[in-house]
Design a protein around this ligand. Structure first.
Ligand code: GLA
Length: 760
């Protein structure tokens, strides 16, 4: 069992124990041997102190260039948050911070602090970060500081703080990874124990953070299929507001795993104290926002404990999801640019790399295609100027052919009737056409009408004794089962082993977990939601290890998967099946707060075909551009227009993908939208402007850009113009463009104008 440390023992962690100094009194003062011994002891102590002990003042500082999170060890050895906010200019000031909070106006209530990782059933009466039922049934946990260390990580510093219960052999390691330049902190924890029997975790918080402001406003994002990332802002009041999901296989859909917090005022784009936060977990997450009796906001991100009282065997480690956040004192825009920089550098798969433009066939052909038709589409992709042709759903299964969404999922052999020459024929045709080839898979799922189901009914999550409920006619495979993990890995592995030319995957997930029962977990059904996601990560890790360079799009019946843990393995995600350009402006607006534009797959389709093709292309260009439409129907003029727009996009990709994004004009606050992106050197920029439903005789205001160099002149060229039209072409200073702006909005519904800016 762990050695435990009672509160009185803690003194030797912070200061030299009296015994060390009293080694000598009984000895001769100048005895060289005992002096040597003492020196050795002192040296050892010093080494130990610098490596493991808390600083003499018992403060632990976790900081970025702009933010400080300060924790303090109380005399009794408990760990409290004493500060979270703008970076302290003089860290000595932090010594004044007190962990104690006296509640009640007459001071008669007990003294308590804001515990860094509060465990349940203790003296804190609010939602805990950790809840444990110990092997003997006891439900209390008191965590005491043991040691901490800081170690360099790529781009920053990780602080690891070990806490232990003083009565039970239970340990929690709090992790805080701070990225100074990007002003991002990631927090998570690891729980482990050596009790004689398994323990049960009923609260599994990633971290606990406290904020102090007069008022708190939360903007969270909700939605549904084709309605992703809809913002809702509210003032938080005493009590709890929870955002969470029970979807099992995904974090997003009805509720998205990211949010904005505004302190003292609603979150605004360019001003105010705000926090942008997001959960890196591809399953049931929960973020609790609780205002307590002292008016402090407690933010508690973690696993959703719903139906998940997790049984943890002795010596196993429970790692919580990571919670990622950035604090800003100048609004959402700054935090969002920080988050995007951080994601590109440290989280998103191939975050600094290029992305492939593509032609997809889903909206065009659905399930109805054959090899000949696809070869034509590949040639069209080449004519269009995109990099890759992406074959969507419908290419597989023979006994139960995948001709609609009712059959075939699970049988990942090419459908010989549609594609007699197999994948080899497809990669050959793509090569002939001069484009790369990518393919759609949905390997976590199964249709009951499949050979896989006939072979392995025990691999399926479903109720043994109830009628089965189907979501899109399919069921979810039991990824808690290692044999199923092998199968899912095998789907990708077998395609790439036999056809290394396959250059891209679209990985779909069209069903939440339904009929929740895992045949492999026996009596530990409560572990399913967590073990499913862990099983998925094991598969993705194996794929990343064996095929580190293959780009993949994360898709989930539209945009129901877009969390930063999954995005370690995916180069981009599909924002929504809703590609109506009007709707996409709103969806992409919201998502761009949390994700780099290069991660946001956006396609030009025939959704809302009555809008002009230019409008649709201009909207999709504000992300990772693709096409998914019947190009054979296009007029010669439209073809020319598309080709030119793709060529321009390819040239501007470095700015759009890796530049700083400034959201200038919100579609939520006007009848228009405008965004500009500026490269890091402020040499080049792109301005996207959209007119949605302008009002009659509306006063159109100039669009003021942001992020340019005020002292440089920029050539402003309107691009993506229909032939025969003349656009703006002028040179203006960055100062003028940012202070006066461009009079470029139009009173015409469903129109757009895009500008390229080049510093002279
Ligand atoms: C999901 C995806 C679509 C398409 C279909 C295929 O709905 O979001 O883009 O791939 O599946 O069945």
């Amino acid at each position: 069992s762990f050695p435990t440390r009672r509160s009185s023992d803690l003194r030797c962690v912070f200061c030299f124990s009296p015994r060390v100094f009293q080694v000598s009194p009984t000895k001769t003062r100048f005895n060289p041997r005992s002096m040597k011994k003492l020196l050795l002891l002192l040296l050892l102590c010093c080494g130990w102190m610098t490596q493991r002990a808390a600083p003499a003042d018992s403060l632990i500082r976790i900081s970025t260039d702009e933010t400080d999170l300060v924790l303090k060890i109380s005399p009794a050895g408990r760990l409290y948050q004493v500060y979270l906010g703008e970076k302290l200019r003089h860290f000595e000031d932090a010594r004044r911070l007190n962990w104690q909070v006296r509640t009640g106006s007459d001071g008669s209530y007990p003294v308590r602090g804001f515990e860094a990782y509060a465990a349940g059933e203790t003296e804190d009466f609010f939602e805990p970060a950790l809840g444990v039922t110990h092997a003997d049934g006891n439900k209390t946990t008191y965590l005491y500081y043991q040691n901490h260390r800081q170690q360099p990580i790529d781009g920053g510093t990780e602080t690891l703080i070990t806490l232990r219960d003083d009565r039970y052999p239970l340990q929690v390691v709090l992790h805080y990874a701070a990225y100074p330049k990007e002003n991002v902190i990631k927090a998570w924890s690891e729980i482990t124990h050596t009790e004689s029997q398994p323990i049960v975790l009923n609260r599994m918080g990633s971290a606990m953070l406290y904020f102090d402001a007069a008022r708190y406003f939360l903007t969270n994002y909700h939605g549904d299929w084709a309605k992703e990332a809809q913002p809702a802002t509210q003032q938080l009041q005493f009590g709890k507001k929870v955002i969470d999901t029970h979807l099992g296989t995904r974090a997003a859909m009805q509720s998205q795993p990211f949010f904005e917090l505004g302190f003292d005022a609603e979150p605004r784009e360019n001003e105010g104290r705000v926090l942008l936060g997001t959960m890196a977990w591809t399953g049931n997450f929960r973020c609790t926002f609780e205002i307590d009796n002292t008016g402090v906001l407690r933010l508690l991100p973690g696993i959703n404990p719903y139906a998940s009282a997790y049984t943890l065997a002795p010596d196993s480690v429970f790692v919580t999801p990571q919670f990622i956040f950035s604090l800003s004192r100048s609004g959402v825009g700054t935090a969002s640019r920080h988050l995007q920089d951080w994601a590109r550098r440290y989280q998103l798969k191939d975050g600094m790399g290029d992305r492939l433009t593509l032609l997809n066939n889903w909206e065009n052909t659905g399930f109805d295609f054959n090899g000949k038709k696809l070869a034509t589409l590949m040639r069209e992709a080449k004519q269009l100027g995109v990099d890759l042709f992406l074959l969507d759903d419908g290419w597989f299964a023979n006994k139960y052919p995948r001709n609609d969404d009712r059959a075939g999922l699970g049988d990942w052999a090419v459908n010989r009737q549609k594609l007699p020459e197999g994948i080899a024929g497809l990669t050959r045709d793509a090569k002939r056409a001069g484009v790369k080839f990518g393919i759609w898979i949905e390997p976590e799922m199964i249709n009951p009408k499949s050979e896989l189901f006939e072979r392995h009914p025990d691999w399926v999550i479903r109720q043994p004794n109830r009628e089965t409920y189907y979501y899109r006619h399919q069921l979810v495979l039991d990824l808690a089962n290692p044999a199923v993990q092998d199968h899912v890995f095998g789907v990708v592995d077998s395609i790439l082993t036999h056809h290394p030319e396959v250059a891209y995957f679209k990985w779909d997930c069209n069903s939440p977990i339904t009929n929740v029962y895992s045949p492999s977990l026996g009596e530990h059904q409560d572990n399913l939601y967590v073990d499913y996601v862990r099983g998925l990560y094991k598969v993705l890790q194996r794929i990343a290890k064996k095929y580190p360079r293959v780009p993949m799009m994360l898709c989930s019946g539209g945009g129901a998967r877009c969390d930063y843990e999954a995005l370690r393995y995916f180069t981009e995600f599909w924002c929504s099946d809703d590609t109506d350009p009007y709707e996409r402006i709103y969806i992409q607006w919201s998502l761009s707060k949390f994700f780099p534009l290069k991660a946001m797959a956006s396609h030009v389709t025939d959704w809302n075909k009555k809008t002009d093709l230019k409008f649709r292309i201009d909207v999709a260009s504000m992300g990772k551009l693709g096409f998914d439409m019947d190009l054979s129907q296009l007029s010669e003029a439209d073809w020319r227009f598309c080709r030119k727009a793709v060529a321009r996009y390819r040239e501007l990709k470095p700015v759009i993908f890796d530049g700083d994004v400034y959201r200038l004009l919100s579609p939520y606050e006007s009848q228009h939208a405008a965004v500009n992106v500026v490269d890091k050197a402020r040499n080049r920029a792109v301005l996207f402007t959209y007119n949605l439903h302008p009002r009659y005789a509306e006063n159109l205001r100039p669009v003021r850009l942001q992020g340019l160099d005020p002292d440089r002149q920029y050539l402003v060229e309107e691009i993506n113009l229909r032939s025969g039209t003349r656009g703006l072409n002028t040179t203006l200073s960055g100062d003028y463009l940012m202070k006066v702006g461009l009079q470029v909005l139009r009173p015409d519904e469903g129109t757009s104008r895009v500008f390229s800016l080049t510093a002279r």
